[in-house]
Ligand binder design. Structure first.
Ligand code: UD1
Ligand code: CA
Length: 494
């Protein structure tokens, strides 16, 4: 590859993208977890060019800031008010050394499925052929709107004509210009200086460089790809979705070939930045975003979305929404759990149903099985947080931490009012509002003592079904029969 290392890649991203009808510049819209421009830059980087330039104009500051964020080594060039792809490349070359020699690759910021392998193939064939300019082309069913590739009787490329400038015979050509090229740097510069704006759109067309080079007696080549998706650009949100789905199909297929079971590829969405291990199983409706990693034998889904999470070996995550969280080996999450940033569930731990966690470090084997909020918490190993416990971390002004030791049993419906420490092996009684630290091994009880007002219902609610039921129970007690109503006995929830 290094023998074909291009001198520069110029990524064109100055266009307006009006058909997106968006306040966000087109090239910043994402698919597969990356902006359209981010995909173009990533593909360009695989060529290891000496220089990478992104040409900007529309929403210049936002696009330039994005370039700096995704690729700090990239240069940004400003296109002036002269319109057209040719002018854009000229402006790109202006930020590069005047004596730049070698190959200059031109790509677009709105062609997200173009991959590094296709670019590398274009550069390799360009170099091997000795051509001054090589254009990536494709045969498409409907070439409307594209520039058409013109060839002479021998099949040699003679130029490109834009749809708007083409006659009927030229419009019948199905081989289109992808807009992706490899040029000899000196030829590109010299030819662009001679390209005018005398065409249907009054723009300086990059495509005209091919005819200029040919008129100079230089070689012009075409490299045709069968993978039409790779050269397809995004112009509107319908194409954004179509290319997003195709990108996802490719990403999911690659993971399946690498040993991941995906039960329903159509409803499984994976960012290009996600990493998975063999024998992971993804159930329908799984969305994995950002830097999420899922390790061997873990099962994710159905209906789960994870952003910037790590799911360790053998863990299971069911109907959950998690951001910035770690889920330990063999741990289980859900169904119906919300894990916010800073959740770190230890090995074999559990975050169960209707549980929300945030900045919560939960130790090995510890469990928060039902209906709880755990925020700003550190829980040791082997502890159990009873149903409907709330870590009361917010006093209305500031957030405070709670520390729970090892092998603690927090009773159901406990309010743990932070700042608070519960020592190893301690218990809290169900329904307690715990406001003071609990020493190791203590049982903390903080609730009103129960008082039964005997006969209250029959006196104060006479004639009701409740009073009648109570009367029957009393009668049965007096006659020495077993108490209790007819019908089933209710179990105790666990
Ligand atoms: C261009 C090609 C056409 C090709 C098609 C492939 C020319 C004259 N035509 O047409 O042959 O079939 O792409 O999609 O090159 N851009 C700038 N500055 C500009 C104009 C455009 O940076 O002044 C950028 C856009 O942001 C975009 C790319 O260049 O990324 C293509 O621009 P677009 O207007 O879509 O070109 P087409 O008319 O589609
Ligand atoms: Ca276009």
């Amino acid at each position: 590859m290094s023998q074909h290392r291009p001198a520069a890649v110029v990524v064109l991203a100055a266009g307006e993208g009006t058909r997106m009808k968006s306040a966000t510049p087109k090239v910043l819209h994402p698919i597969g977890g990356r902006s359209l421009l981010g995909h173009s830059i990533a593909a360009a980087r695989t060529l290891d060019p000496e220089h990478l330039v992104v040409v900007v104009r529309h929403e210049r500051d936002r696009v330039a800031a994005h370039v700096a964020a995704v690729d700090p080594g990239a240069l940004v060039a400003d296109q002036d008010e002269v319109k057209g792809t040719g002018r854009a490349v000229e402006c790109g070359l202006e930020v590069l050394p005047a004596d730049l020699a070698g190959t200059v690759v031109v790509t677009y910021g709105d062609v997200p499925l173009l991959d590094g392998a296709t670019l590398a193939d274009l550069v390799a064939r360009h170099t091997a052929s000795g051509a001054a300019a090589s254009v990536l082309t494709a045969h498409v069913a409907d070439p409307t709107g594209y520039g058409r590739v013109l060839r002479d009787a021998s099949g040699a490329v003679t130029g490109i004509v834009e749809h708007k400038d083409a006659d009927d015979a030229q419009r019948a050509v199905s081989e289109i210009n992808s807009g992706i090229y490899a040029f000899d740097a000196a030829v590109l510069r010299s030819a662009l200086a001679r390209v005018g704006t005398d065409n249907a759109q009054g723009e300086k067309y990059l495509t005209d460089v091919l005819a200029v080079a040919r008129a100079d007696g230089l070689g012009v080549a075409a490299v045709t790809t069968d993978d039409v998706w790779q050269v397809e650009g995004v112009n509107d949100r319908v194409q954004l979705a179509a290319l997003g789905r195709e990108l996802n199909r490719r990403v999911v297929e690659a993971w399946m070939r690498a040993g991941v079971t995906v039960v329903d590829p159509a409803t499984t969405w994976l960012d290009v930045t996600v990493t998975l291990e063999p024998d992971v199983t993804l159930l329908p409706g799984t969305m994995l975003h950002g830097t999420t990693q899922v390790r061997r034998d873990a099962v994710v889904g159905p209906e789960t979305s994870l952003t910037d999470c790590v799911v360790a070996e053998g863990a299971s995550v069911v109907r959950a929404h998690a951001v910035g969280s770690r889920i330990g080996a063999g741990a289980t999450v859900g169904p119906y759990a919300s894990l916010r940033a800073g959740t770190d569930l230890g090995a074999s731990g559990r975050i169960g149903t209707f549980v929300e966690t945030k900045k919560a470090v939960i130790g090995t084997g510890s469990k928060v099985p039902h209906l709880s909020y755990v925020g700003d918490a550190t829980i040791g190993e082997g502890s159990n947080i009873g149903a409907a416990t709330v870590f009361v971390n917010y006093d209305g002004v500031a957030k405070h931490p709670t520390t729970v030791g090892d092998h603690v049993r927090v009773g159901s419906d406990s309010m743990l009012v932070a700042p608070l420490t519960i020592g190893d092996g301690a218990y809290t009684a169900a329904g307690s509002v715990i406001t003071s630290d609990v020493p190791p091994g203590a049982m903390a009880v903080a609730r009103g003592k129960q008082r039964n007002v005997e006969g209250w219902v029959e006196r104060r609610r006479p004639g009701t079904a409740a009073a009648k039921a109570a009367a029957r129970a009393h009668a049965a007690q007096e006659s020495g029969e077993a108490p209790g109503p007819a019908g089933t006995q209710e179990g105790t929830p666990r």
